[in-house]
Design a protein around this ligand. Sequence first.
Ligand SMILES: [Mg+2]
Ligand SMILES: [Zn+2]
Length: 195
Amino acid sequence: MHDHAKRRAVFIDRDGTINEEVNYLGRPEDARLLPGVAQAMASLSRAGLAVVVVSNQSGLARGYFGEDDLRAVRFELAAQLARQGARVDGWYHCPHHPEGVVAHLAVECDCRKPAPGLILRAAKELGLELDGSFMVGDRLRDVACGKAVGLGCVLVRSGQDDGPPTGPHETPDFVADDLAQAARWILERLAEDQA
Ligand SMILES: [Mg+2]
Ligand SMILES: [Zn+2]
């Protein structure tokens, strides 16, 4: 049984899942939501799930943009989502990369996906139940990150294509064209769970 004192969540990758993949998105004017994303997020919220963005942002460690730029992009995405009736319960990102040029960010960390640090931090801070929660992303490392903490994982085809999984640790439970189709699959799983 699930712990009903805590909310379950859908953890969602950002680039290539919520917004168009552009290399190292650091400018709000380049932030474009993918079609159907806001409606999909709103449907997940209506079902009682927390919607939490978990994103690798190695552009910070690489010195391509700063935290202010990242925040401006987040505000822009949140504004576009809000105009279409969707909201995000938490935004989490990993600023690190071992080969970065910004010294304090050029480290091996526990939050760069496929490591599950962002999910664990969000769960703790937002009081989320991981059992029965989900992860959606366009990269195999998104799947591996979700699998590492026992989530139901959906790979979306709206971003980058890593090719076939190399093992069960990164094999998705479902492959969807986009977040809209992923959300429908998740809502079906919830309905089954409650039946
Ligand atoms: Mg992505
Ligand atoms: Zn990190």
